[in-house]
Ligand binder design. Structure first.
Ligand code: KIV
Length: 306
């Protein structure tokens, strides 16, 4: 892409072929770890592209990370579509998954298909993701798949319904809980999901489930036995206050850098260090003299510095 900043590091093994569902399955078959990251705007998409990730999720976590909501529950479909379109403009190779927001798919199969269609047609997503593996989400996943749209399932900690799960906490830590996750994962697979996210479940539970699943499983707090990993862009780069969940590994502290940068700029403005001569534009002396003369003609009261 011509608009890619030239100073962005591109891994030497970066593939230029767009990710497809068969290539994703091939990666699972070959036991090649699948890399997924969230993105919510053009620059985060450019970073994902340049880092040659396999999958990009325009997650509803964007409600919190970029829109400032206290949870993912309130965000509107139209708000996420704006983010998804920006992400699309920054990507060419990773497979783009759009996250269906809470309230945009639960009511009926028709509502779910209509919402999924908007992510595909208006935002250019390749697939959609929905949360939960109970009767309703499984029916919605099946309906969307039947409409020709690939669906990624999501079990374990499902933030949209975290109140019903007792808060933002790990799931499947009892035999009954682990059984529920197994039932849900298998039901979503049977409904035609091309991939599943396992969020915040014991590593051993994920490992036990893997031989039963033919679709690629992407973990976030599900240990190393799954086929790939996903992290939230703002968590891994430290564009947030606090450390976040136990499963987050932080690779940068960009919020600190952002604050330091803005603070240095503010200090420069206040002590008149910025702008310097190198940040300004010049005008020929003769043009300036003409300009001064014209000003003086129209407003003889103006006192000009010499
Ligand atoms: O919205 C999101 O970021 C997600 C990931 C945590 C999988 O659903």
């Amino acid at each position: 892409m011509s608009s890619m900043p030239s100073n962005m590091p591109v891994p030497s093994d970066a593939s230029t072929l767009p990710m497809t569902l068969p290539r994703l399955l091939e990666k699972k078959r070959m036991r090649e770890p699948i890399v997924m990251v969230t993105a919510y705007d053009y620059p985060s998409a450019l970073a994902a592209e340049a880092a040659a990730v396999d999958l990009v999720l325009m997650g509803d976590s964007g409600a919190m990370t970029v829109l400032g909501y206290p949870s993912t529950v309130a965000v509107e479909l139209d708000e996420l579509l704006v983010l998804a379109r920006a992400v699309r403009r920054g990507l060419k190779t990773p497979f783009l998954v759009g996250d269906l927001p809470f309230g945009s798919y639960e009511v009926s199969d028709e509502q779910a298909v209509q919402t999924a269609m908007r992510f595909i047609k208006e935002a250019g997503c390749d697939a959609v993701k929905l949360e939960g593996g109970g009767e309703t989400p499984v029916a919605r996943a099946r309906a969307i798949v039947r409409a020709g749209i690939p669906v990624m399932g999501h079990v374990g900690l499902t933030p949209q319904t975290s109140t019903a799960l007792g808060g933002y906490k790990a799931q499947g830590r009892s035999a009954a809980g682990a059984n529920r996750i197994a039932r849900e994962a298998l039901a979503l697979q049977e409904a035609g999901c091309f991939s599943l996210v396992f969020e915040a479940i014991p590593s051993d539970v994920a490992q036990e489930l893997m031989p039963h699943l033919g679709v690629p499983v992407i973990g976030i707090g599900a240990g190393p036995a799954v086929d790939g990993q996903v992290l939230v862009f703002h968590d891994l780069l430290g564009i947030r206050e606090g450390l976040g969940a136990r499963f987050v590994k932080r690779y940068a502290n960009l919020l600190d850098d952002m604050i330091a940068g803005v603070a240095a700029y503010a200090a420069d403005v206040r002590d008149r260090t910025y702008p310097g001569p190198e940040h300004g534009y010049s005008i020929d002396e003769s043009e300036l003299a003409d300009f001064r003369a014209t000003l003086a003609e129209h407003d003889p009261g103006i006192a000009h510095p010499v």
